[in-house]
Design a protein. Sequence first.
Length: 196
Amino acid sequence: MRDYAKENVGEKIVRDGEIFYTADAYARYGNYGHIYKNYAAFFEPDKYPEDEIVYIPEFGFPDHSRENVHKDMVVGVTRKDLIELTGGERLATNLFERLSWSFPTTLWDEDCEDSDKEGHWIEGYLAYEKVYLPEFAEDIDRTGQDPVCLNEFLDVEWKDEEYRRYCLDKLVEQNIIDEDDVKGIMKDFQKEGEMC
């Protein structure tokens, strides 16, 4: 079993009722920075308050101060902030795991650009989490079966034009994306199909 607390980077100190953060060096995916990252609070949210900071980027610490910085002086994000930014838990998890120095919004903007060029994988993640899995769980004919994994969903179901349109329409109904997004996504897949 994964011990999330052992993966934490930096330190949170509570002294006389005041909270202070210390950054630590962190390298991952070829990126390096001095950050605070609380894996335990992200992956075990039931053990922490909803406003628990899970990540402080390198520039979230003021004036390059990295030791014992008061909570009011840092720019940090909560698990809830990441879920709201990305629209889903799986995307928030994916983003959190890859954060190594930058602000989450910066990495998310890069992801959105990449998704548009690479099969709209963000919308695929959302379709998996918000449409496929809930419907699979409610389908009486699937009792005792396991859903396909995310990668298989993206490789098979998400590439099926009719099912993709169905999922996108469901995401529109849930106010996760809008109809203009659907038109653009379907057009991109149509162009991709013409090039093959």
